[in-house]
Design a protein around this ligand. Structure first.
Ligand code: 13P
Length: 254
């Protein structure tokens, strides 16, 4: 399965969301893209607007985060039942910005991931090392720890709805992506971790690359056998540029 997932982060009001979809839906060709799934995660406040704009299309709308508890005194937080009530298809879990700025631990991320998958939604689990960790030769060890911790509470029933995004922290929002062959090597490594734990089911989990993906650099990633698409920040905010990534992935995957 090939996937292009947009993570809008803290961007776009409802009106900006409508404007994006108006243009994107002019470009988007569902029949040409039947084996390419498009996922969009707007900020919470634009989810309902996005769902409305994407109605009767194959686009999936999701959330960028969720709280681990079902309800309670957690000022400012959003629960999974609230997201299910809106009708989201997926949730991003463990983004490095959540890990860094909101101190999310592997253990917390594992709880969130379990909750999302257990509810029957899809989840994009994000993993990735910092520059310091890569320079110290620790990249694989760090990613292994993140993947294994997140998988701990899962069983085989959860795996068909899991997507893993490898996003090296130093490549996010910097304009400097990983080298495609380094990303491919890490994807192969993540695949081996998934297969070791879940056998054939683990083989089918889509693996996305994220970090400064844009039309100018995506083609080399799209051609890598273990890279099934991308999780895109900045370049997903513009409908033309986000659509261009679709054309590149379609070209690369036939
Ligand atoms: P950029 O594409 O802006 O580097 O962001 C990547 C990302 O963090 C997607 O989740």
């Amino acid at each position: 399965m090939n996937i292009l997932a947009a993570n809008w982060k803290m961007h776009k009001t409802r009106e900006e969301t409508r404007a994006f979809f108006r243009r994107f839906l002019e470009l988007y060709q569902p029949t040409a893209t039947h084996h390419l799934h498009t996922l969009i995660a707007p900020p919470y406040t634009s989810i309902e607007t996005a769902l409305g704009m994407a109605r009767n299309t194959p686009l999936w709308i999701g959330a960028q985060n969720v709280h681990q508890e079902e309800q309670g005194a957690y000022t400012g937080e959003i629960s999974l039942p609230m997201l299910q009530d809106l009708g989201v298809h997926f949730v991003i879990v463990g983004h490095s910005e959540r890990r860094k700025y909101f101190h999310e631990t592997d253990e917390l991320i594992a709880r969130k991931l379990h909750r999302v998958l257990d509810a029957g939604l899809w989840a994009i689990l994000c993993v990735g090392e910092t520059l310091q960790e890569r320079e110290a030769g620790e990249a694989e060890r760090v990613v292994q720890k993140q993947v294994e911790a997140a998988l701990t509470p899962l069983d085989a029933n959860h795996i068909p709805r899991l997507i893993v995004a490898y996003e090296p922290v130093w490549a996010i929002g910097t304009g400097v992506p990983a080298r495609p062959e380094d990303a491919e090597a890490m994807h192969r490594f993540i695949r081996s971790l998934l297969s070791r734990r879940f056998g054939e089911d683990g083989e089918a989990v889509p693996l996305l690359y994220g970090g400064s993906v844009k039309p100018e650099n995506f083609s080399a990633f799209a051609q890598m056998p273990h890279i099934h698409g991308a999780l895109v920040g900045g370049a997903s905010l513009d409908p033309e540029r986000f659509w261009k990534l679709h054309e590149i992935l379609l070209d690369a995957t036939g």
